[in-house]
Every structure is written in C-alpha cells, then in structure tokens.
Design a protein around this ligand. Structure first.
Ligand code: ADP
Length: 514
C-alpha cells in the first residue's frame, strides 16, 4: 500500500452508495477507505488524517453536518478538506454545510466526471497546502536553531517594544527571561538604561524604518553594566506596506574587548614612559661625558660610564620583561611540559645567586629533603625561582637573611601558618616552595597590587627595577596550574610562597636533599 496515494474517506450509511462512489474513483489512484456512520468515521480519524472526506449528509445517528463540525473542532483534523454529498438540493442545505465547515458540496445523483474533477482539484490543493506547512515549519525550525546557536543576544519586539522573543544568549546577557519584565516593554527598559542621546539617536533612525548601529553601555536586570555593539533592524507588516511590525535587536557583548583594549593602551603608555626614563638619563650622561671629557678626571669619567651602563642594563631588563609579557599574552607559544624535579632546580638557582647575596653580606640558606617532581617547563620554572630570589636579595638590606625552602604539602602541612595562602589551596596534594627574607617588606595596602604590571611599592626609591617581574612570575605560576601568595610586614620581611600540583613520582625515596 503506497502511503503517497491521496487518502479518501467515504462516509455513507448506504452500502450501495459507498460502493458506487468507490467504483467511480477506482482508477484514480486514491487510497479509499469506507465507513458506514459518523462514529466509525471519528474512530478512523483518530488514527489517520485523510486528504479528503466525502461525507453523506443524511445518516442515522449523528448526521453529516454534526460530523463535519466535530472534524473541524479537532485541531488534528481541522484543515482536512470535506465534500458534503446529499440527495437534497437547496440553499438551506448548502448554507448549513458551509456553516458546519464543509469545503464543497455535491448533489446526488452526481456525475462521475464532475466528482473526479472536484476530488482531483481539492486533493491537489490539499497536498500543496500540506507541503507549504511542512516548508514553513522547516523554515521556522531552522530560524530558531540559528537564533539559539548564535553568540549574539537577539531580542525581537513588536512595534510597541513588547518582547516577543529572547534567544538564550540574550537571556544570559541581560538576565531577563521572556515574561519576567514588567509589561515586557523592552524599549522602556532601553530608554531607562541607555545613555539618553544614544537612545534618542536610535529611535530617530529606526522609527524612520532604517537600520541602526551603535555602541553603548547597557544595564542588566541586576543593575550591572556591559558594553555592547548594538544593531536594531525594523521589520515590516506584509499587509500594510511601509508599516513597521517590530524590531530585531542584536547585542554583542564587547566588555572584555574594551577592557583588553584599555589594558593594552595603558600597557603601551607605561612601556613608553618606562623606556623614556633610562634613555633620557643615558642621553644626558653620555652628552656630559662627550662635552666635558677633557675637563673631568678619570674617576669622574668612570663614574659617568658606570651610570650609563646601569641605565642600559635597566633598559635591557625592561625590554626583556616586555618581550616576556607579549610572548605570554599572545598565548600562541607551544609550551612543552615534562616532569621536573624542583629538588634539582632550586639548589642550582640558589647557588647561582650566592655571589649576589655575598656581596651584600646576606645569609642565603636552603631547605628541602625529598625529590619534588612537578609537571612543567624548566626554563619558566627557573625564571620563577630567579625572580623571587633576586627580589629577596634586592629588597633585603646588607646582613639580612634569605631562606629558600620547599616541601610536599599533605593535610598536616596545609595547616602550617608560616606558609602564606596555603589554606586557600584547593584540596589535593601540592608542592610548596617559598622564599623568605628579612627585608623591607610590603605594606598591607600595597600587597594586592604587587603582581600588577609596572607596579612598584613605594618603599624603595633608588633600587632599580621595572615592576614587571612579579607580574610575569604570577602568569608563569598560573600556566603551571599553580598559585602564588605573599605574606609581608614592612620593616620585618616578606614570604613569597608558590604552590604547584604534585606529580605522583614524588612517592619515590629521598635523593637529592639540599
Ligand atoms: P621590580 O623588582 O623590577 O620593581 P617586581 O615585579 O619584581 O618588579 O616587583 C614589584 C615590586 O614589588 C617591587 O618594585 C618591590 O616594590 C616589591 N617587591 C618585590 N619583591 C619584594 C621583596 N622581596 N621585598 C619587598 N618588596 C618586594
């Protein structure tokens, strides 16, 4: 049985009438079904929606008009074409059939040619309508899927600004759901929260039926702000040319982009400022050296040269720092991680710094008794240790003491008070390493800023530095899945503690203790 054949349901109480009709339609390629009364017709319609119903008016029990009404009342069968067939001709009958919802009317005795022609026309139209409905549904589903998938917030309103649709991104961005806003007047919310000139400008353009694009600060339901690139597009009423039916507003959240732009501008302005300082000193001192060469003695010349070299070194340090930062910011550097044993790297770096500490008559000590493997990049890990050690030496006066130690933090060590921030660590096993000094310390107010780019504490005015080291250190620590914390007291000293996730290789026996 081909399901593609148009289905015809014949409802007539007289068997001979049903069979006559079936015989007339026999060669027309229909799938014919016959029932003798309204009740059976309704039963059939529960399972199958035909392309057309040929309905006898006069039937015992429920008549054709009533059956026609019932078919129309059921949403599933409401649009099935119905042709009423009756022996009684007359205006009343026709009117009654139309009122009951029939599409066409045929009188008995009917002509076979006419019956076939009417049936062909009506089934053809019905198939076309069904096809259009399927296409419309597909179109609706496709549009909905697109709207649900896009990363932009889409709000559709009617011409008065009442919300008709919000896509999931709009719900996430604005905090509103459809039905949540009082009266759902989106335009009123916009008027209330967008900058007035921006709102006015938008209204002027869209009320003239044109597309509006702009950028502005918008407010969420919870009162917080976001920066959005906005497009509002009117759509028109197809029945009234030129009349706006509603608006589609698209919001792209550009808050993060704006912040990144702002940070970049600040960074560039800071870098230029920081580069200019040593450069102008170098220009000035080398100028002095040039102009006064014959008038100053050897000692003075050497002093000038040494000062020029000091400034050149700080320029080099600054440029290296900026290059490190841009490399880390770009994020597209492939960083290879392998198991690294901190019990090898730490003593190595401590020894490299010993001459520097000795110059300042500082005590430099190290503690750590087990192998300590973490997953990481050796160059970057060494840079972390170097930055912390050189800061400790730099910001600790002569005769001070610097201690570098590491240990595996199990639950017991998590409680140790002298390890800054360890109570904030997520559960699990960590390797902690710390650099403690008896140096200048950092005030409580300055501590939150110490890892920001170019931030330098106010305690030392003449110690050279770029203010980039700790910011680079923190980024490198984070790239290793680690955390860095600080505990410090002005005039007493500082402890910088770094924590890395432990690699299970550490279960092995102690080997290279400090
Ligand atoms: P730099 O040392 O080049 O200025 P850093 O980013 O390494 O830059 O450090 C930022 C600031 O933090 C330093 O200028 C200094 O004020 C402060 N600082 C860093 N380490 C210590 C420390 N061990 N003791 C006291 N202050 C420190």
């Amino acid at each position: 049985m081909s399901t593609n054949k148009p289905r015809v349901l014949i409802v007539d109480d007289a068997r001979i009438a049903r069979e006559t009709m079936a015989a007339l339609l026999d060669r027309e390629g229909y799938h014919l079904s016959m029932v003798p009364n309204a009740e059976e017709a309704l039963e059939y319609l529960k399972f199958m929606v035909p392309d057309v119903v040929l309905l006898d008016v006069m039937m015992p029990g429920m008549d054709g008009f009533e059956l026609c009404r019932r078919i129309r009342q059921n949403p599933l069968t409401a649009s099935v074409p119905i042709i009423m067939v009756t022996a009684v001709d007359g205006v009343d009958n026709r009117l009654q059939a139309i009122e009951a919802g029939a599409d066409d009317f045929i009188n008995k005795p009917y002509d076979g040619v006419e019956l076939r022609a009417r049936l062909r026309a009506i089934t053809h139209l019905n198939r076309q309508r069904q096809q259009r409905e399927v296409e419309l549904k597909q179109e609706r589903d496709r549009t909905r899927a697109i709207l649900e998938a896009v990363g932009e917030a889409v709000v559709v309103t009617d011409r008065a600004g009442n919300i008709e649709y919000l896509n999931p991104t709009a719900v996430a961005l604005t905090g509103f759901r459809k039905g949540e806003m009082a009266g759902e007047i989106w335009s009123a919310w916009q008027e209330q929260t967008l900058p007035p000139t921006l709102y006015r400008q938008m209204q002027e353009v869209i009320q003239a039926g044109q597309n509006w694009r702009g950028e502005g600060v918008c407010q969420r339901k919870d009162g917080t702000y976001y920066h959005a690139a906005i497009t509002v597009t009117p759509f028109f009423d197809p029945n009234t040319p030129g009349s706006t039916a509603g608006f589609v507003s698209v919001y792209r959240d550009v808050t993060a982009l704006k912040e990144a732009q702002h940070l970049k501008e600040r960074f560039i302005s800071n870098v230029s400022h920081e580069l200019r300082n040593p450069l102008s000193v170098i220009t000035l001192l080398s100028g002095n050296l040039d102009n006064l060469y014959d008038r100053i003695d050897d000692n003075k010349r050497r002093q000038l040269i040494s000062e020029i070299r000091k400034e050149a070194r700080s320029l080099k340090e600054l440029i290296n720092g900026v290059l490190d930062i841009s490399r880390l910011d770009s994020g597209n550097v492939v960083r290879k991680h392998t198991p690294i044993d901190l019990s090898k790297i730490l003593p190595d770096e401590v020894e490299k710094h010993r001459p520097l500490a000795q110059k300042k008559k500082q005590i430099l000590q190290k503690f750590g008794y087990v192998r300590a493997f973490i997953n990481g990049n050796e160059t970057e890990l060494r840079q972390i240790v170097r930055n912390l050690l050189s800061n400790a030496i730099k910001y600790t006066p002569e005769m001070g003491c610097i201690t570098c130690q590491y240990l595996i933090l199990d639950e017991r060590h998590h409680q140790q008070a002298e390890w800054p921030g360890n109570h904030k660590l997520p559960a699990g096993r960590w390797i902690g390493f710390s650099v403690t000094d008896t140096g200048l310390g950092i005030s409580i107010e300055e501590q939150p800023h110490i890892f920001e780019r170019f931030y330098r504490a106010h305690h030392e005015s003449n110690l050279p530095g770029t203010g980039l080291g700790l910011s680079i250190t923190r980024t490198l620590v984070q790239l290793h899945g680690g955390h860095i914390y600080l505990s410090s007291m002005p005039g007493v000293g500082s402890i910088f503690a770094v924590y890395f996730p432990l690699l299970e290789q550490n279960r092995k026996e102690p080997e290279n203790a400090f």
